[in-house]
Write a protein that binds this ligand. Structure first.
Ligand code: FAD
Length: 321
């Protein structure tokens, strides 16, 4: 793998040769990932890019592969802990540059509308777009701070609803580099799982089928969910939401509380006093603090209750793989 300071210059010239001059110019080196994660932790990415089309994503990946560099693709960074030592190779972030939304009447159902959005679109924006158009189905997503791509990858959900209920089809770049359209049935969507999680692939665009509804009811449902979240979650501290998946037959927060770990901290990382299922950054946490705390919680719960807590949040970067 190439790793010296000229790597970015070689990367730039390869992209320029392929005709992607603007993309090449906009590459950044040693971009601090803590600026792009909701946990506010994470060291530098060797090379960082925010592409605005499928073609640009493919050009970036092809170049990384040709130079023997690893790459990591992220959305809004709301389900990540990135190592303090950073990430080798290329980080591709799908964000505002890749966030178009459009909609059309569903030709097969007069009561439905098909909403198409690029992977970098924030779920919060999509949910508000739907509410404004009196479309129901995305109310549950109004407080999930991820991108559409991250939400498809995670099959994000809340309040007994998840993305699988609204996804119609997904356009993605397969691990072998082809652009393919996957129908919902082929996405293997389950509790916080999808085929992209198992096999790789980059979600570029998703079509969501939303039903025509009543604007007042939609807005009232969103207000109810927002109040619930504000009451129960530590939203005034950086975090990545629930740290663990729900173990069958148990509630994670209750187990952690019963183990006496509510408020327990290591360095700047703390088990939230408001919701024990959340690990929060009290202000100066490192990724290592979070990792150490998570391991301590897992060990304690294993010893006390014989329950294995699986992380929902993904730990990425040097030393975490
Ligand atoms: C305060 C708070 C509340 C939260 N509440 C909820 C909740 O109620 N329900 C819930 O499910 N989650 C919740 N989350 C977690 C998080 O918002 C979701 O998991 C979200 O779907 C992650 O999206 P992202 O764009 O931030 O993904 P990232 O964190 O950037 O990435 C997460 C994973 O998705 C992959 N990925 C991202 N984009 C793509 C893409 N386009 N193609 C392929 N892979 C991709 C990344 O490689 C990574 O492995 C919460 C987080 C916070 C901070």
């Amino acid at each position: 793998m190439m790793a010296d300071s000229s790597t970015i210059e070689v990367f730039r010239s390869r992209l320029t040769e392929k005709g992607y001059e603007d993309l090449a110019k906009a590459l950044r080196s040693d971009e601090l990932m803590k600026s792009h994660t909701s946990f506010r932790v994470g060291g530098p990415a060797q090379i960082y890019s925010e592409p605005s089309s499928k073609e640009e994503i493919i050009a970036l990946i092809d170049t990384a592969k040709a130079l023997g560099l690893p790459f990591f693709l992220m959305g809004n960074g709301s389900n990540l802990v990135i190592s303090d030592d950073g990430i080798d190779g290329l980080v591709i972030r799908l964000g505002e540059n890749f966030s178009e939304i459009s909609s059309e009447q569903d030709p097969d159902d007069p009561e439905a509308v098909l909403v198409t959005a690029c992977a970098g679109t924030l779920l919060i924006r999509l949910s508000s777009f739907a509410a404004k158009a009196s479309l129901t189905g995305l109310e549950f997503a109004s407080g999930i701070p991820g991108s559409l791509g991250g939400a498809v990858f995670m099959n994000a959900g809340a309040y007994d609803h998840d993305m699988s209920e609204v996804i119609e089809k997904v356009t993605a770049i397969s691990p072998s580099g082809e652009i393919k359209v996957w129908n919902k049935e082929d996405l293997d969507l389950g509790y916080r799982k999808s085929r992209f999680m198992a096999e790789g692939g980059i979600v570029c665009e998703a079509v969501l089928r939303l039903k025509k509804g009543d604007a007042d009811e939609i807005n009232s449902q969103i207000r109810t969910y927002t109040e619930k979240r504000t009451k129960s979650q530590p939203l005034n501290f950086p975090s990545a939401g629930s740290m663990f998946k729900r173990p069958v037959g148990h509630y994670t927060g209750a187990l952690i509380e019963q183990a006496g770990l509510k408020g327990f901290s290591i360095g700047g990382a703390q088990v939230s006093e408001k919701h024990a299922g959340f690990v929060i950054n009290k202000g100066d946490a490192t990724a290592k603090d979070i990792d150490d705390l998570v391991k301590h919680i897992q060990k304690t719960i294993r010893e006390k209750f014989d329950v294995e807590l699986q992380r929902e949040v993904r730990f990425i970067g040097r030393g975490f793989q």
